[in-house]
Design a protein around this ligand. Sequence first.
Ligand SMILES: Nc1nc2c(ncn2[C@@H]2O[C@H](COP(=O)(O)OP(=O)(O)O)[C@@H](O)[C@H]2O)c(=O)[nH]1
Ligand SMILES: [Mg+2]
Length: 308
Amino acid sequence: MTAPDDPATPAAPAAPADAHRAGVVALLGHPNVGKSTLLNRLLGEKIAIVTARPQTTRGRLLGILTRPGAQLLLVDTPGFVEGARPLDRAMREAAEEAAADCDVALLLVDPVRGWDAVAGAWLERLRARGVPVLVVGTKIDRRDAAAAPWPPPEAAGATDVLRVSARTGEGIDTLLERVVALLPPSPPYYPDDELTDRPLRFLAAEAVREAVFEELAQELPYKMAVEVVSFDESDPELVRIRANLLVERDSQKRIVIGRGGERIKAIGVRARREIERLLGRRVHLELWTKVEKDWAKRPKRLKSLGYC
Ligand SMILES: Nc1nc2c(ncn2[C@@H]2O[C@H](COP(=O)(O)OP(=O)(O)O)[C@@H](O)[C@H]2O)c(=O)[nH]1
Ligand SMILES: [Mg+2]
């Protein structure tokens, strides 16, 4: 599944038009450009959390899209992350690994924000490795995005340039067609009913983290992690889930709980609804706040939380 290291490697002979195609498609771009929303739209199912705030995606999340004749392994990434914490490094590495091991790259650009040197550097790197790159303008349902200058002249080196709205679905079929045409011939990698490589308990933890972003202001959600400590499906009527909200300090714990437990209750209600939608079953969700000072600084801990 890796791309040729040498850009001079001759292209493989064209595959017969009816060959099954499969491969890894990396979603790259600045935080908040719309990567996770696009992943969900392509899958037709919401598995990745989406918030109005940047850098909410932490690890690498695989969405498996099986269509007649093709399977796309869509890798959602945290994107181009800055910062020096081990968590930031892990997030950066997730994007870099996805880019290093993909058959097709989607480089997402918010037309309002426009092209910049970071996008340019990624395009260059991917091209140097012989990876086909589709530059994808996002959010065209927005008037300001539709009115912004497009395509960026710097994207001329890309394999293709197109625009989509993950919200309305505009341009999505064309995007899919182009991606499939660029995939190598290969049998499918996963059974056709599999949607992601992540266990349901991870998706549940992510749903809680999404609720945390909705319910808590400013910086606090970035300092928090969610760990599902039990996921009990023994009762056919009800899935019982217990999760810890990890914070770095006691003062944060008090904010998360809120007056009379009001805040954590709101997080729980919101998250439970989302998990019920995800599982298609009733859920009992119990949330606990726990101070764990160094969770974002310990690579092993980040791994156990599923962020790298
Ligand atoms: N109007 C509009 N908003 C979008 C679209 N795609 C994403 N967004 C919004 O942009 C914000 C960031 O989206 P997200 O997918 O989390 O971006 P990511 O950080 O690149 O994964 C969220 O508020 C989304 O609802 C779109 O096609 N149209
Ligand atoms: Mg995201």
